[in-house]
Write a protein that binds this ligand. Structure first.
Ligand code: TUI
Length: 310
């Protein structure tokens, strides 16, 4: 049974903000939800107490629905998965793993479950365990990525699952949203564009690095460790790639990445930190409010799809 994504989630526009660790806090999530999209608080590797407080602060700023992203590699993932039930969160997105063991609990408590997946096989698996919608993320995205591009993944996933597919990776304006619809998506998730929002807490130097980036600046490190990550090229990525070429052990390489996202997002160390961002960074040229971003992207989308049946 197809249900319109907006009515399923109680939002005005089928635009979801990506669950960016260290960036997607209560302020950004509330701003996106207030503007009619779905804001997401990213739990990343943060302790449960921090995530709980972010949820409470978000509720003070907006009555609209918002979601929480659980990064399943986090040592706190299990605790956060239970805590969101206590806090009455309406939507959960998950990344970097299989959340099957929590799905029954979430659904029993009326939480909409929307996994982020990098392949058709995992999308199928998530539909079977009860996903209400599925975010398929192409490797144009920033952060931890799979192999497939959004262009190839979205139509293949849309064809085989019957829940709504939400496209992510490489989408930064109305052209990308309209294209995603043409490929079979019923909604989009954007990360990089919201990373530079006024309400985003990312350090000003991190935002400026994204704003100044060109098309070829977003590179992938960590293919050799089994955890490929897309970030903007800098001193750290060059060092990482050099060590990877020399055949350095995955354990050694992982050490290089420890604390590196916090260093960039919070401290603004964009040379020695990891500046996670997607391939669409070259299109992101200014800071705007979350509302300006959503209004502009949706206006562009509507102009492009007028007359199309979506
Ligand atoms: O999770 C993301 N993006 C992320 S997580 C992150 S924090 C991190 N930093 C360094 C290393 C690892 C993580 C930064 N960016 N996107 C969603 C995503 N999920 N991409 C890929 C996946 C994924 C991968 C395997 C989802 C499910 C899966 O397996 C499920 C199964 O059935 O095993």
């Amino acid at each position: 049974m197809y249900q319109n994504l907006c009515s399923m989630l109680g939002i005005n526009y089928p635009i979801i903000q990506g669950g960016m660790a260290w960036v997607a806090n209560h302020a950004l999530a509330a701003a996106v939800s207030q503007a009619g999209g779905l804001g997401i608080i990213a739990s990343g590797n943060a302790p449960t107490k921090w995530v709980r407080e972010e949820i409470r602060k978000c509720k003070e700023l907006t009555d609209r629905p918002f979601g929480v992203n659980i990064m399943l590699l986090s040592p706190y993932a299990d605790e956060v998965a239970h805590m969101i039930v206590e806090e009455g969160v309406k939507v959960v997105t998950t990344g970097a793993g299989n959340p099957a063991r929590y799905v029954e609990m979430w659904k029993d408590n009326g939480i909409k479950f929307i996994p982020v997946v990098p392949s058709v096989a995992i999308a199928r698996k998530m539909e079977k365990v009860g996903a209400d919608a599925i975010i398929v993320e192409g490797c144009e995205a920033g952060g931890h990525i799979g192999e497939l591009t959004t262009m190839a993944l979205v139509p293949q996933a849309s064809q085989v699952v019957s829940v709504p597919v939400i496209a992510a990776g490489g989408i930064g304006d109305g052209r990308g949203v309209a294209a995603a619809f043409m490929l079979g998506a019923k909604g989009v998730q954007m990360g990089t564009r919201f990373l530079v929002a006024h309400e985003s807490p990312a350090h000003k130097d991190y935002k400026q690095r994204v704003i100044k980036a060109s098309d070829i600046d977003a590179v992938v490190t960590g293919r050799s460790t089994g955890h490929p990550v897309r970030s903007l090229r800098n001193q750290l990525s060059r060092e990482y790639i050099r060590l990877e070429k020399e055949g350095t052990e995955p354990g050694e390489l992982d050490k290089l990445g420890e604390g590196a996202l916090q260093r960039a997002v919070v401290d603004g160390d964009i040379n020695k930190g990891v500046v996670m961002a997607g391939q669409i960074s070259g299109l992101v040229t200014r800071e705007q409010s979350a509302k300006e971003i959503i209004d502009e992207v949706w206006n562009e989308t509507e102009k492009l799809i007028r007359g199309c049946d979506i």
